[in-house]
Design a binder for this molecule. Structure first.
Ligand SMILES: NC(=O)c1ccc[n+]([C@@H]2O[C@H](COP(=O)([O-])OP(=O)(O)OC[C@H]3O[C@@H](n4cnc5c(N)ncnc54)[C@H](O)[C@@H]3O)[C@@H](O)[C@H]2O)c1
Length: 326
């Protein structure tokens, strides 16, 4: 079956997904929808697609089998709703939104209509993550530590709390999602955030630029995840380490270092996880078989709730239990 795809969003990640889709057999990137015709036309001409500035018009005029939603956090909700109304399977970039009400409304409908969805937690598709998950299945996890250290992205929406949700919701969500994927569900969250430097460097900074989050998992293990966006870009450092009585697994986006007793194995990632992610979603649209999709909207919603709970904890000073959040 040939799959006709439309993409909402005209930024860096719309282009990245479009380039992968354009290389795939039986996939046609038919249309782009942006906030202006100029932006949509600029990217659409690169892919020989049709530009739109109105999603309703795009979905009425094009025969679309799958929608890619690659917009900033604040722009979610209405776009997903349009896909649900027309029962169009959709892929959506993380995070699902800024505040819980919108993702909750979408999640309920995705479940009700049993819609095929996929969310851009691409690390789940890495060979190293699949290996780590399999290895940990029969082990007792003691503790995990994770970090997302980097510089503040230059786009204006990112430094605005109302539009991005802040670093833990926007970026560090990847580490929270990996933790849930390989180690288990989170029961309780306590967070401490502060703004230390970036408000002096840029105008309009309302996000925290440092944060430390303690998580208790349902299986009894504990985790600490830290993040900051104050360091220079060349010092970027992203990682998740898992500690068991047999050893330490140290994951970074590039590789997995497995230290088991005296043995140290290093596994490099060789496949492009973004490509695998799209192949899994398109296969599900073609066949109805969702088994290759590793992050559905319903599952990603749980990651979103953990990151939102961390923000509530940082704002209130209280530990937040996830069941209280639902
Ligand atoms: N999975 C990953 O590794 C990864 C990496 C980078 C970005 N992302 C995510 O992808 C999303 C987009 O990031 P980006 O880097 O492309 O951002 P960007 O700022 O480069 O582009 C966002 C685009 O969305 C457009 N837009 C905003 N509201 C819109 C609306 N209502 N309808 C149509 N278009 C709209 C903007 O005009 C802009 O062109 C973000 O949520 C980001 O977190 C994911």
């Amino acid at each position: 079956m040939n799959v006709n795809v439309a993409i909402v969003g005209t930024g860096g990640f719309s282009r990245m997904h479009a380039e992968i889709l354009a290389e795939m057999n039986d996939v046609c990137v038919k249309a782009f929808c942006g906030t202006s015709m100029k932006k949509a036309a600029s990217i659409a001409q690169e892919f020989n697609a049709t530009p739109y500035e109105n999603i309703d018009q795009m979905l009425a005029e094009e025969e679309i089998d799958a929608l890619y939603i690659c917009v900033p956090p604040f722009a979610h909700g209405e776009i997903e709703q349009r896909a649900i109304d027309r029962k169009i399977p959709f892929f959506v970039e993380k995070p699902l939104g800024v505040k819980g009400e919108e993702p909750q409304r979408i999640e309920e409908q995705v479940k009700r209509y049993n819609l095929i969805t996929s969310v851009g937690y691409h690390f789940r598709y890495q060979e190293t993550v699949i290996h780590m998950k399999e290895y940990l299945q029969a082990k007792t996890i003691g503790m995990a530590t994770g970090r997302w250290i980097g510089s503040m992205p230059e786009v204006a929406w990112w430094r605005d709390q109302k539009r991005s949700g802040g670093q833990f919701i926007e970026q560090t969500t990847h580490i929270v999602d990996l933790l849930r994927y390989v180690a288990g569900e989170v029961k309780e969250v306590y967070a401490s955030y502060a703004t230390r430097a970036m408000d002096k460097k840029y105008d309009g900074v309302s996000v925290a630029d440092v944060g430390s989050v303690i998580l208790t998992l349902e299986n009894g293990s504990v985790a600490t995840i830290i993040n900051t966006c104050i360091v220079p870009g060349n010092l970027s450092d992203v990682a998740l380490s898992i500690y068991t009585s047999e050893g330490i697994l140290e994951w970074t986006p590039e590789r997995l270092k497995e230290c088991i007793g005296e043995h140290v194995h290093e596994h490099d990632n060789t496949c492009n996880p973004y490509k695998r992610e799209s192949e899994a979603f398109i296969y599900a649209v073609q066949t109805g078989d969702r088994s290759r999709i590793l992050s559905s909207y319903e599952d990603a919603y749980k990651t979103f709730k953990v990151t939102e709970a961390a923000l509530h904890s940082a704002n209130s000073g209280a530990t937040v239990a996830l069941e209280d959040e639902c």
